[in-house]
Design a binder for this molecule. Structure first.
Ligand code: FAD
Length: 500
């Protein structure tokens, strides 16, 4: 309602926002959680909340007339199809040199991601965030995040026997024959549920191709973990399909809190109402891209002019690059594939490369091994406000992926040489080997200790905080959400102790 006042307003309901909401509410603070995407708690006409990866409908993409699948070709043919424009769950947000995939809805990226829940090696963490006490992170906040997120690992005996991980066993064989360490990767998918899916005693999700546009069962998304506990406190109000458009000091500054302008959206993406609330504290948790875009806009347009010059800077793609390999006919990867990746190839010894053995759940035998590599890539981009166009732009260049391709080749050139195999060139275009046009892991744009203080405070504005992936300077060396969660746990604990 107009003129409403809230103690704490959280912008976005992904990992950072969910941690903030839970911990603030537990500390007795009333929280208004504002999320631009849908609630994703109501089944559609087919009885399901989310649509299948193989049969995308209007629920798949955020405000697109055509799907934009990360693997957009097969055997050289484009696979994208027309859909009805709708506030779907996956945003393929296009910037000049890169498409950034993000989750949209209550639960943020947890709704669409692979659930791979990886704690980085301590020495890598210390390199990436030298200003954060690593001993504390590894003794307290990483364990806390892993527990709250419900992280687990596949049962190795089941892994060895199920048809659904044949593709990963082929990945293991090839990795080991080339001398690379092969590791199981923890995940928040309920592994017992997956075994029951295979046994046919529960509805299938991971084993029925669900992932990119949401899982109807099995995955412990934030809706089932942090957000469920936050709501149970009775102190958290969630507004879905509401987008924060502006934050500025109320009554010209001082201790009057902040005026927050919120746009209510319909499922076609149109603004149907504009609301204003006053908040004592605002936590930016709109994701690396969402928070960065908002902050550069608010600084440039005069809403928050004293934000420092580091705002918008230090953005990276976590070194994401994808590729496929064509196997010999005796190395079939299986027509049945679990969508949940559970293993990877570690060649961090080469200076920075980890490749998850990813599924290619097409429903037919492809003889393909598919990988998402996370690499060390030093390139960093900036968000800038384009006042003529009225939008924030990112200056990433596609050529900046080359260090990632070089790192990934330290793994796959060797495996191809050993196996006598070649790269697939039909998955990302016609004769295109590398998926170098996208990232799943946007990070940075309001880096800890630069745009903010050492705990995410936007120092020029008491009561404004950043608490999401924007804090991390472009790379985590592994899949990022456990680190985003653990860092949020660390920061909110300090903020509650010192500021409230
Ligand atoms: P997000 O989770 O992105 O949440 C931000 C939320 O804010 C979103 O819900 C968004 O809709 C909302 N928002 C944005 N702007 C506004 C606004 N102005 N007003 C209101 N709300 C707003 N990571 C892993 O660790 N393991 C994986 O296996 C993995 N797989 C992935 C697979 C895919 C396909 C994708 C897209 C990502 C994957 N990730 C994975 C990445 C992971 O999901 C993200 O790193 C993580 O979700 C980021 O958390 P966050 O809190 O920073 O922001």
């Amino acid at each position: 309602a107009a003129g409403a006042h809230v103690a704490a307003l959280v912008v976005g309901s992904g990992y950072g926002g969910s941690v903030a909401a839970l911990r603030l509410a537990q500390a007795g603070v009333h929280v208004h959680l504002v999320e631009m995407g849908m609630a994703w708690d109501t089944p559609g006409p087919d009885g399901k909340i989310f649509c299948n990866t193989l049969r995308p409908d209007h629920r798949s993409y955020w405000l697109r007339e055509r799907t934009k699948a990360p693997l957009n070709f097969f055997l050289g043919f484009p696979i994208d199809r027309d859909i009805t424009r709708y506030t779907g769950v996956l945003d393929a947000e296009d910037f000049a040199g890169i498409t950034v995939y993000q989750g949209r809805g209550v639960g943020g990226g947890s709704l669409v991601n692979g659930g791979m829940a990886v704690t980085p090696r301590r020495e890598n963490f210390a390199d990436i965030l030298p200003g954060v006490n690593a001993a504390e992170m590894y003794a307290t906040y990483y364990p806390r995040a892993n527990t709250e997120l419900g992280v687990g690992t596949v049962n190795p005996a089941w892994f060895d026997s199920t048809d659904y991980y044949q593709y990963a066993r082929v990945g293991r064989k090839h990795a080991q024959r080339s001398g690379f360490p092969f590791v199981f990767v923890p995940d928040v998918y309920d592994w017992d549920y997956m075994e029951r899916e295979a046994a046919g005693t529960v509805p299938k999700s991971a084993l029925a191709g669900e992932i990119l546009y949401g899982n109807n069962h099995g995955k412990k998304t934030l809706q089932h973990t942090y957000l469920a506990r936050a709501k149970a406190t009775g102190r958290v109000t969630v507004s879905a399909l509401h987008r924060v458009a502006s934050v500025s000091p109320a009554s010209g500054g001082g201790h009057g809190g902040y005026t927050v302008v919120i746009e209510q959206l319909d499922t076609g993406g149109a603004v149907v109402a504009t609301k204003t609330v006053t908040a004592d504290r605002v936590f930016f948790a709109a994701g690396s891209v969402g928070t960065s875009k908002l902050l550069v806009k608010l600084k440039a347009t005069g809403a928050l002019p004293a934000l420092n010059d580091e705002v918008g800077k230090g953005w990276g793609d976590n070194g994401n690059v994808m590729c496929g390999r064509a196997n010999h006919v005796w190395d079939a990867t299986g027509s049945l594939q679990s969508t949940i990746p559970c293993a990877g190839i570690d060649n961090w010894a080469a200076g920075g490369a980890f490749a998850e053995v990813a599924p290619l759940p097409t429903g037919i035998e492809t003889f393909a091994s598919f990988y998402l590599a996370i690499t060390r890539n030093p390139n960093r981009a900036s968000f800038r406000w384009n006042s003529a166009a009225g939008r924030a732009e990112l200056d990433w260049q596609t050529a900046w992926k080359q260090p990632s391709i070089d790192m990934a080749k330290t793994i796959f050139d060797k495996i191809n040489a050993k196996e006598g195999t070649i790269y697939r060139s039909d998955l990302f275009g016609v004769y295109k080997i590398w998926g170098d046009h996208l990232t799943y892991h946007p990070l940075g744009g309001a880096v800890l200790g630069r745009a903010t203080d050492g705990y995410g405070r936007l120092a020029a504005y008491p009561g404004l905080y950043v608490i999401d992936g924007a804090l991390i300077p472009g790379n985590t060396s592994v899949n990022p959400f456990v680190t985003i969660t653990a860092l949020a746990e660390r920061n909110i604990e300090a903020i509650i102790a010192a500021d409230l």
